[in-house]
Design a binder for this molecule. Structure first.
Ligand code: FAD
Ligand code: NAD
Length: 467
């Protein structure tokens, strides 16, 4: 029987990063993955393929809508969805192969097959051919991730009632697509198809889109997406979705309790994801999942069995690739006797619409609910010279600071390249900067980052310069 210092079950961003760090720290490391390719949800059916399609559809949208204003004349422009999907598949394949390379480089032993606990220190790996072997490990990290969630009445049939996984593989541009859930997946994948000409109609339970983010962002993003042709039906409770062959019919109750019917070619179900532990045989290790289906862990990501840890989407907290990665590094360093730390309060969140949405820290609603005395500064993107040059004029940056100390408590933005811009705020907040600290830093001109400085100036003493 092969034996290891640490065995990781699941090769997503949590698992593969944990494997690299364990190996770097001198541990004999095994990684088990049930699929043929490494990288988990993120690389295969999540972050990477969705961004590949977002980029392709954005190029198409710009070519159709913006090139002429820039003085670029093209012939008739058409979208070739099959080529877009093929390019996406190439990007995914290169990225997944990159992980295989990293495992080889770091001497991580990769097992292809389903990992199931035999005991607290043994895991059985069963390959597709049914053959199995048992490996012995001093420590085990569960990194089995998550799967799309759905509620009764909206069960995906994966043909016309689809999840994000199928939406990344469509071979045609739908005329109309219903999207249940105005969260991250619904708006990102909705954007892909809206840009290609699909009529997107969102059916959302809450009274705003991206309901967990600062309200200002939902409001501004609604304006942006309506310009792209999105229709929004907020405060709608979905009752049923039926695939009748060539179309889907969705019935929902609006806030007055009236039944509303929608029809479309496809319905994308994007109402969150649920932790995945099927086939793990947790009970053989003396473990069970909680009511949310998560593996329970303490502050050190340790389960109730001391040598078994769990990280990423399968445990509490944001279901984000970078959070999973941080947790992978954390457990590896803990196992090596180090004293790692994760600042969960400063995990940035991004929605890759265009312009992008990004945030870190607390929302204005959260701070008000806490009774915190705050001041808010904001700056519109359209006031930037850089924005006019690029014709990207939608969005704003909002900085919330403590009224007395001026410490930055939350930064919320919808702006071109917000996914990258947010890191200035994360660094500032990690070092507990004040709004004035940010305002006094020299920002390059002309850049979108000037809006961060201006919002900080506005928060400091309402002394933004360019408005
Ligand atoms: P996963 O990536 O889910 O990996 C778990 C792995 O474990 C899988 O490969 C699975 O096959 C394997 N596994 C499960 N059980 C077993 C078993 N018993 N034996 C062997 N292997 C097993 N996050 C971001 O931060 N940014 C984004 O832009 C972003 N975009 C996304 C877009 C979409 C469409 C989706 C669906 C998700 C997106 N996410 C994004 C979320 C991100 O993908 C997840 O948060 C991240 O992948 C979680 O990593 P993980 O390692 O916990 O699990
Ligand atoms: P989400 O939690 O972002 O959004 C789900 C939306 O569905 C919410 O707006 C919610 O109010 C709504 N909803 C819930 N139940 C509903 C119902 N019955 N009827 C109508 N609406 C309903 O979840 P998601 O978009 O499915 O994404 C899943 C996870 O994947 C998220 O946790 C997210 O962090 C991660 N993800 C991240 C990114 C990124 O970082 N850019 C991209 C995609 C996915």
């Amino acid at each position: 029987m092969s034996s290891f210092d640490v065995t990781i079950i699941g090769s997503g961003p949590g698992g593969y990063v944990a494997a690299i760090r364990c190996a770097q720290l001198g541990m004999k490391t095994a990684l088990i993955e049930k699929y043929d390719t490494l990288g988990g949800t993120c690389l295969n059916v999540g972050c990477i393929p969705s961004k590949a399609l977002l980029d392709s559809s954005e190029h198409y949208h710009n070519a159709v809508h913006n090139f002429e204003a820039h003085g670029i004349k093209t012939g008739k422009i058409t979208a070739d969805i099959k080529q877009m999907i093929k390019r996406k598949a190439d990007v995914v394949s290169q990225t997944c192969n990159g992980i295989k390379f990293l495992m080889d480089k770091n001497n991580v032993t990769v097992f292809n097959g389903l990992g199931s606990f035999v005991s607290k220190t043994q895991v059985q790996v069963t390959g597709k051919d049914g053959k199995s072997e048992v490996i012995d490990s001093k420590n085990i990290i569960i990194a089995t991730g998550s799967k799309p969630n759905y509620f009764p009445g909206m069960e995906p049939d994966k043909k016309r009632i689809i999840t994000s996984t199928e939406a990344l593989e469509l071979q045609e541009i739908p005329k109309k697509m219903l999207v249940i859930g105005g969260g991250v997946i619904g708006l990102e994948l909705g954007s892909v198809y809206a840009r290609l000409g699909t009529q997107i109609e969102v059916v959302e339970f809450a009274d705003t889109i991206i309901p967990t983010m600062d309200r200002t962002l939902g409001k501004e993003l609604t304006k942006v997406l309506k310009k792209e042709g999105f229709k929004f039906n907020l405060e709608h409770r979905v009752q049923s979705v039926v695939n009748s062959g060539k179309k889907v019919t969705l019935k929902a109750l609006n806030k007055k309790g009236e039944e509303v019917t929608f029809e479309a070619d496809y319905c994308l179900v994007a109402v969150g994801r649920k932790p995945f532990t099927d086939g793990l045989n947790l009970e053989k290790a003396g473990l069970a999942v909680n009511q949310k289906g998560q593996v329970e862990v303490n502050d050190h990501l340790q389960t109730s069995v001391p040598n078994i840890y769990a990280i990423g989407d399968v445990v509490r907290g944001a279901m984000l690739a970078h959070k999973a990665e941080e947790e992978g590094v954390y457990v590896a360093e803990l196992l090596a006797g180090q004293k790692p730390h994760i600042n969960y309060a400063l995990i940035p969140g991004v929605v890759y619409t265009w312009p992008e949405v990004a945030a870190v820290g607390k929302t204005e609603e959260e701070l008000k609910a806490e009774g915190r005395e705050i001041k808010v500064g904001s700056f519109p993107i359209k006031a930037l010279g850089r924005a006019r040059a690029s014709m990207d004029i939608m969005g704003l940056i909002k900085i919330i600071a403590d009224k007395q100390t001026d410490e930055v408590l939350g930064v919320h933005m919808i702006a071109p390249r917000a996914a990258d811009l947010i890191m200035e705020a994360v660094v500032a907040m990690e070092y507990r900067a004040s709004a004035e600290d940010i305002a006094r830093i020299c920002h390059p001109h002309p850049t979108y980052s000037e809006a961060v400085k201006e919002a900080a100036l506005d928060a400091t003493e309402s002394r933004a310069l360019h408005i």
